[in-house]
Ligand binder design. Structure first.
Ligand SMILES: [Zn+2]
Length: 148
């Protein structure tokens, strides 16, 4: 795969104009634009930190680094959104929003969408894997049923 040059800060803001991007999460979005899901990882105690924080909640270390996660997890919780928010949006409803528990640590739950799956087939604890969707010019992580 051809490596993508890292976007500068202005390009990240341009790619995600409706997101609240700040010092603590901009590298998350920068990677997302390259279809890489990164989460802060404490270099002192090994704790994976999400939601984004500048300090490890386990050991108070500031020695954190964004690292790519495996993209494997299970559905911890999900909800279905049927309300049409924007009639001009390219989103096909209903949307399945889920807290996916990533395999990197128990309780590390990433909020995302479930795609490529019939709604009636979605069950809690279902194994899922990372995929990417593009909506209105923005690239977003999503999860689909794991192969096998
Ligand atoms: Zn730590």
């Amino acid at each position: 795969m051809r490596p993508v040059a890292a976007l500068n800060d202005h390009e990240v803001f341009d790619r995600y104009p409706d997101e609240l991007i700040d010092h603590d999460n901009i590298d998350h979005y920068r990677a997302m634009a390259e279809r890489r899901l990164v989460i802060r990882h404490c270099q002192d105690c090994g704790y994976w930190i999400y939601p984004h924080r500048p300090i490890c909640p386990e050991c108070l270390s500031e020695n954190l680094r964004f690292e790519e996660v495996s993209g494997r997890g299970t559905i911890f919780m999900e909800t279905r959104l049927h309300q049409l928010r924007d009639p001009d949006a390219s989103i096909v409803e209903p949307i399945v929003a889920a807290a996916v528990e990533l395999e990197e640590r128990t309780g590390l739950r990433y909020l995302s969408r479930i795609v490529n799956c019939r709604i009636e087939d979605i069950v809690l604890d279902m194994p899922v894997s990372l995929t990417w969707i593009e909506e209105d010019g923005c690239i977003w992580p999503a999860f689909e049923p794991a192969a096998g």
